[in-house]
Design a protein around this ligand. Structure first.
Ligand SMILES: [Zn+2]
Length: 110
């Protein structure tokens, strides 16, 4: 098992004490769970303000014209396995086999 560097002083000489990691150099203690939750997870909000995360399923609440094509994503379309991305069109997803980027504000959490 590789010890993580101390998140405070970046020391390599960390060790495990029970459930906690300990840094002998700055006396910092932290748990493995803290490290996981400290990761920046992108989220988005649906039309009702519910939080969406990677892997969620959503339903489209209005017909959406896809820019640059004649394709329309119909209201009521269920989209599975969305991925949250940065930007204005913050949902990366596949509809009928086509990769699209859509806005979370036109979705409802399924
Ligand atoms: Zn330290």
């Amino acid at each position: 098992m590789t010890m993580p560097n101390c998140p405070k002083c970046n020391s390599e000489y960390t060790y495990v004490d029970g459930e906690m990691f300990v840094c002998p150099e700055c006396a910092n203690e932290w748990s493995a769970n803290d490290v996981d939750s400290a990761e920046d997870v992108l989220t988005a909000k649906d039309a009702h303000g519910n939080t969406l995360v990677d892997g969620d399923s959503v339903t489209v609440i209005k017909d959406l014209k896809v820019r640059g094509s004649s394709m329309v994503v119909k209201q009521g379309t269920m989209i599975k396995g969305i991925r949250i991305v940065e930007g204005d069109h913050n949902l990366d997803c596949k509809v009928n086999g086509t990769s699209l980027q859509l806005k979370s504000e036109f979705m409802k959490k399924a």
